[in-house]
Design a protein around this ligand. Sequence first.
Ligand code: ATP
Ligand code: MG
Length: 281
Amino acid sequence: ASSALSDYEKLHVLGHGNGGTVYKVQHKRTSAVYALKIVSSHSDPLVRRQIFREMDILRRTADSPHVVRCHAIFDQPSGDIAVLMEYMDSGTLQTFLRSDHNNTCGVSEAVLASIARQVLRGLAFLHSLSIAHRDIKPSNLLVNAAMDVKISDFGVSKVMCRSLDSCNSYVGTSAYMSPERFDPDTYGSNYDGYSADIWSLGLTLMELYMGHFPLLPSGQRPDWATLMCAICFGDPPSLPEEASDEFRSFVECCLYKEASKRWSATKLLTHPFVLSKLEAV
Ligand code: ATP
Ligand code: MG
């Protein structure tokens, strides 16, 4: 990709997130299509530092087939930062939840095994670089027409570091957060971001299967207090009886409340659920 933002024409808005807006853009000379995320960083040094951390991670992860590729980063005189990414033409798994790929009652196990395998490969790659994503959820898993699933949005991910002060940084709340992230004793000390990613993946796969967020009854509007109680004090959610034994076991391995019991991404790649349905998609 060439080096100036003016080489790209904005086609339309793809979506809005907490930090900014994502556009579909086209390179004027080559006609190649990309996604461009524009984050207004204002002059807040904390925001700026977070974005540069994100940029650094994106650069380092440019060569994983299961992480959305970052082609260029533009630092604007206005303070805005623009990140040129690979365009994923089938949207996110969030939209996939409501598409024709499933008929109101959820995604098939064969498709879920394929999704699980791809996300786990992405996570295994990130974790091997000492990067915890920290915001795995359907809207941060992007899909293309080839059914490639890739991890995106490093807005809150960070390089796991030994030093206490950076581990204490507040990264916001999400329904997909694991129990230990609510615990002030573990959070910031020996808080393990890797197993938290596994918890979030487990919930994401359950949601795709069940068609609603697993910790809340179908149709219930998310109430943060109820949700936090369910995560911290309830039993981990489990799949309904009609799910296969392999799938139920896989989800169980992701959703141990005790972080140290959860399987790692590498180990989960050897789980029968991921292996057994290899030929299915
Ligand atoms: P959050 O701020 O909580 O992460 P989000 O993931 O929806 O929410 P963004 O990461 O800013 O926010 O993305 C906004 C939307 O833009 C996404 O939901 C997705 O629909 C779209 N999008 C983001 N990146 C791409 C991409 N590389 N290719 C295609 N669409 C994308
Ligand atoms: Mg996002």
